[in-house]
Design a protein around this ligand. Structure first.
Ligand SMILES: [Zn+2]
Length: 247
């Protein structure tokens, strides 16, 4: 069966799957089950095994796209997505895991999906799609004979020449969203603290006024004592004949 590749420019409408990376076997690229408690993980397809901490991840981006009035699904795998994510899949997985302390793990995954949507949805890309002789080409608008939306595998994803998305990677969007979330969290905590202490601001002003009053009170007492001391010293000094008390 002959296989050929078609370059098709499409607009990305939505994600078909919110999971954009998976733990992968280095031997056959299949998904590796990480739910076991074993320190070594084994691929059920080819038997490849590796230590849990050396496990690698792989991108799998599945999107619904449109070319004119034709809609179809495209899934693209692997390192050709690195340039759009701004980092390789294993690096992104570690970055996400590190940030799980920043906001909770579920929120971190949701924020990553938000960053992926921000990066791809509504934008145009050229997909290098593998097609066989028997495949219908849904972008030609021919009836597929099925109500199901056609699903295709792309081996390449390219930015059209006119598009300039340099620096707009999933990683940069993710960092920006995390930053905003961190700021929002800080504001919420500060607000909650104020709400926990009703009249908190009043107490702060009150404390300031009292401390100022104490300060001036002490200064006044000190000045009085100083004046008394001068008077006492003057009184206790022996008067010379012809001199007055206040000389
Ligand atoms: Zn394998």
């Amino acid at each position: 069966m002959s296989l050929r590749r078609a370059l098709v420019e499409c607009a990305v409408l939505s994600l078909q799957d919110s999971c954009v990376l998976y733990p992968c076997c280095k031997g056959c690229f299949s998904r590796i089950d990480i739910d076991s408690s074993e320190t070594r993980l084994t691929c059920s397809k080819c038997g490849y095994s590796c230590a849990r901490e050396l496990l690698e991840y792989r991108y799998r981006l599945s999107v619904r796209v449109a070319r004119g009035s034709c809609l179809f699904g495209v899934t693209i795998f692997g390192n050709c997505l690195n340039q759009f994510f701004g980092i390789h899949a294993t690096g992104l997985q570690r970055f996400v895991a590190d940030k799980s302390g920043y906001v909770d793990a579920l929120s971190t995954s949701a924020l990553l999906v938000e960053a992926v949507e921000e990066c791809f949805i509504g934008k145009h890309f050229i997909f290098g799609i593998k097609i066989t002789e028997n495949d219908t080409e849904p972008w030609l608008g021919r009836p597929t004979g099925s109500n199901k939306m056609a699903q295709l595998i792309a081996t390449q994803m390219i930015l059209p020449e006119a598009a300039d998305l340099r620096g707009c990677t999933v990683l940069s969007y993710f960092e920006e969203i995390l930053h905003k979330t961190g700021e929002a969290k800080h504001c919420t905590t500060a607000k909650a603290k104020l709400q926990e202490e009703p009249y908190g601001q009043f107490y702060t002003i009150h404390k300031l006024v009292v401390s100022q009053m104490i300060h001036f009170g002490l200064l006044f007492v000190f000045l009085c004592l100083f004046q008394d001391h001068t008077v006492w010293t003057a009184l206790s000094a022996p008067l010379r004949p012809g001199s007055s008390l206040w000389d």
